[in-house]
Write a protein that binds this ligand. Structure first.
Ligand code: SF4
Length: 470
């Protein structure tokens, strides 16, 4: 085995983790007796997390890095939750004593002053901890329910299969095959086909989405429990990591979700066949705008089925969210499950973020601010693990870079100039100013690339020297 290097830093300087006195667990629930290099990795990771520091870990390929990350980080998370619970109990008892004291002191004061003073006495930290603990409790109950209902479905399927065999035992094999396929389709849908048709006539999804604030589910999703964001460069690396979690002892009690782009997670074949991330994003968002428009009279059903995505319905999405939290799956498995439950995995996983303890996501989703915010990812108070971090600088460069060719600049300059000439008198002064600014920028870029401007009457000619043309 090679050597592993550890280091940890914080805004105030470098820390040698070896000398920091932190209580380290005896065991990390590693699936087998860990080598020294793995044990060292987990211990240092645990210390860095406990101290809230930035840790930089370097370990050669084949040293069980992923499993060490999983066991080190998840062990810390489980211990952290326990410590939170204890802290909450202590804070609550202090709070009770405090309010008793306040009560005594304020006995002579009018009621409204007593109420106000009591409210002021509520410790913000205790409130936060309490919210998180309640969210965890609700989640655990829900996942238990989802997990215990699963075998029943299987049993139901077996009964159906047996009845089918008995009923069609003498039928011709072609007919039997066809019927079996139909039965399988109905079973995998999890609900009868016509139910979807009936739901199509209702435009209540967005109404109920709005009402979500009142439901338990939304209460749960509003509280973000402490979590680990694990981020890697490619989807295959993320899938590999998720498969390692599945094999680990933490697989049974850790809600894990994988995030991916619409291109990887969309199950609407009409949209997916557009085959380009930006086109898929645009089409999906366009369909949501259609969904938000109020249908008029007889047009209702036609518009619903033609303009909206049939997989973007609240109930199936929430069911898929629960199933995703209850059973760990990589993106391929999520897509498969989404198809079976007729629910969009892209939106189901986004709904699941607040309740997940581990979120596996690609670099772009974490590092691009707008994407991060649109997904509802909150980094404050959470752990971020960046795997293969040597790719980080290049990825950040790619995310915030765009390539524009000389011909695109020329085209933009020409069209904007024509627009300005034609509407000059109708444009507001401010807009005209912005257009001029854009034209100035475009002309500067063009000149930078070696372009020359030539004006003849109303026409502008732009020439590029061949060796500088891009
Ligand atoms: S809602 Fe989901 S399935 Fe439908 S188009 Fe958007 S990404 Fe695809």
């Amino acid at each position: 085995m090679g050597q592993v290097k550890f280091g940890s830093t914080c805004p105030t300087g470098q820390v040698d983790l070896k000398n920091v006195p932190i209580e380290i667990p005896e065991t990390f629930m590693f699936p087998f007796e860990p080598y020294d290099i793995q044990k060292g990795f987990m211990e240092h990771l645990y210390k860095a997390l406990e101290l809230g520091k930035i840790g930089i870990f370097e370990s050669p390929t084949g040293t069980g890095k992923s499993l060490s990350i999983i066991c080190g980080a998840l062990r810390w998370l489980k211990d952290h939750v326990e410590r939170q619970q204890k802290a909450l109990e202590e804070l609550m008892s202090i709070e009770n004593l405090k309010s008793e004291g306040i009560k005594e002191e304020l006995k002579s004061e009018p009621d409204w002053i007593q109420d106000f003073a009591k409210k002021q006495g509520i410790d913000e930290k205790a409130k936060q901890l309490k919210e998180e603990q309640e969210a965890r409790k609700k989640l655990e109950e829900k996942l238990k329910e989802v997990r215990t209902h699963k075998p029943n479905n299987k049993r139901k399927r077996n009964v159906l299969d047996e009845a089918f065999e008995e009923l069609f035992k003498d039928a011709p094999s072609d007919l039997k095959k066809q019927l079996a396929a139909e039965l399988k389709e109905v079973q995998s849908d999890g609900q009868p086909e016509d139910e979807d048709i009936v739901l199509d006539e209702y435009f209540s999804d967005e109404e109920s989405m709005r009402k979500d604030g009142e439901s338990d589910d939304e209460d749960l999703s509003e509280v973000h429990i402490t979590k680990i964001y694990y981020c890697s460069r490619t989807h295959s690396q993320l899938s590999q990591f998720v498969r390692e979690i599945q094999k680990s002892p933490y697989s049974n009690d850790t809600p894990v979700i994988s995030l991916g782009s619409r291109q990887n997670m969309c199950i609407n074949e009409e949209v997916k066949k557009l085959n380009s991330l930006s086109l898929i994003n645009d089409r999906c968002l366009e369909m949501q705008k259609n969904k938000d428009k109020k249908p008029k009279g007889g047009e209702a059903k036609r518009k619903k089925s033609s303009g909206n995505c049939p997989f973007n319905k609240q109930d199936p999405i929430l069911r898929l969210k629960d199933a995703t939290l209850a059973e760990i799956g990589d993106i391929e498995e999520l897509v498969k499950r989404g198809k079976q439950m007729k629910a969009c995995p892209y939106y189901a996983t986004r709904h699941a973020i607040p309740a997940a303890e581990l979120v596996a996501l690609p670099y772009n989703t974490l590092l691009h601010k707008a994407t991060r915010e649109s997904c509802g990812i909150k980094l404050k108070g959470n752990v971020v693990i960046i795997d293969e971090a040597h790719n980080l600088i290049e990825t950040i460069g790619n995310i915030y870079s765009v390539e524009v060719s000389g011909s695109q600049l020329t085209c933009a300059y020409s069209q904007l100039s024509q627009y300005q000439d034609r509407y000059r008198n109708r444009l507001k002064a401010k807009n005209l100013m912005y257009i001029k600014q854009l034209l100035f920028l475009l002309s500067t870029f063009i000149k930078c690339l070696g372009g020359r401007f030539s004006y003849v009457s109303h026409f502008i000619f732009i020439f590029f020297y061949p060796d500088k043309y891009m």
